[in-house]
Design a binder for this molecule. Structure first.
Ligand SMILES: O=P(O)(O)O[C@H]1O[C@H](CO)[C@@H](O)[C@H]1O
Ligand SMILES: Nc1nc2[nH]cnc2c(=O)[nH]1
Length: 298
């Protein structure tokens, strides 16, 4: 198969050389050499606007990159300094429901890897299924349930390239315990303990929100928050050896009763993200500064 066919087809992940082309393009357009990557969830892209000395790359300008099609996802890579730490931020991500295969949703993580990123922060907006969770809570993700994996799909499906990682990567400890402990200290220091939770995230394919029966089933299997992203990115990040920290902003309460007319909707998701964005940006900034101290020591 020629390179062009491989790039155009959706059946198999881009080869190393194609990912490298994207990485080299970004490296040639910025002086920064970030070791920390951030994927901004729905309505959470404001962090990228806070970077100093930033270089901005609309996704359509980056070779081989998909484009964002969802409200609340600006669709650009922003590389710059946050409190002096070099960072690259995806202001907008790719979802399976947009029509992208899982490997393409997560392809930017490999681009980050080839640019030198070793630590990644993945954020999302999610529905709170744990009845204790309130709208506006921040859930540190301690684990996930990979529903697509149960069904035989994976961003790692297809031939494995050992230059990225092993055929059979472990996925326990996907969410770095030391980073979680560090984040909890920061949360306490910021007096945010009462709005921060720690729980299990599930990704469903979307774009529908869930039925009552689906939500009740998910709760039984141990889910605390429900979304339509993050898992492919985390799987690919762990496959290539990155340390992962992830959190969900609980933008709505999942509706687990039949006797209500309330309905989940994306406008509410964006609205809540807007209300909470300052706390989230401050939290992310402090985590990034601490992370940079960690990788400088290691
Ligand atoms: O996961 P992010 O991208 O934050 O967005 C979440 O919010 C959207 C639904 O409102 C879906 O895209 C879901 O995945
Ligand atoms: N699947 C799903 N994704 C979301 N993103 C934000 N809220 C939700 C939700 O309730 N369900």
């Amino acid at each position: 198969m020629c390179l062009e066919e491989t790039v155009m087809g959706d059946d198999t992940p881009y080869p190393f050389e194609v990912i490298k082309e994207s990485a080299d393009y970004l490296l040639s357009g910025t002086q920064h050499r970030p070791k920390i990557g951030v994927i901004c969830g729905s309505g959470l892209g404001g962090l990228a606007d806070q970077l100093d000395e930033r270089d901005v790359f609309p996704y359509e300008s980056i070779p081989n990159f998909p484009v964002s099609t969802v409200a609340g996802h600006a669709g650009r890579m922003v590389i710059g300094l946050l409190s002096g730490v070099p960072v690259m931020c995806m202001q907008g991500r790719f979802h399976a429901y947009e029509g992208y295969p899982l490997w393409k949703c997560a392809m930017p993580v490999r681009v980050m890897k080839l640019m030198g990123v070793s630590h990644i922060i993945v954020t999302n907006a999610a529905g709170g299924l744990n009845p204790e969770y309130k709208i506006g809570d921040i859930m540190i993700i301690k684990d996930h349930i990979n529903m697509q994996g149960f069904a035989g799909d994976s961003p790692l499906r297809g031939r494995n390239d050992e230059r990225f990682g092993p055929r059979f990567p472990a996925m326990n400890n996907a969410y770095d315990k030391n980073l979680i402990a560090m984040a909890k200290k920061i949360v306490a220091d910021m007096n945010l303990t009462n709005v921060v939770q720690e729980g299990v995230y599930v990704m469903l394919g979307g774009p529908t929100y869930e039925t009552v029966a689906e939500l009740n089933m998910l709760r039984i299997i141990g889910v605390d928050a429900v979304g339509m992203s993050t898992v492919p990115e985390v799987v690919v990040a762990r496959h290539c050896g990155m340390k992962v920290f992830a959190f969900s902003l609980i933008t709505n309460q999942c509706i687990t009763q039949y006797d209500t007319d309330a309905q989940a909707n994306h406008e509410e998701v964006i609205e809540v993200a807007n209300i909470r964005k300052k706390d989230l940006q401050n939290l992310a900034r402090r985590i990034i500064v601490n992370m940079s101290e960690e990788y400088q020591e290691s």
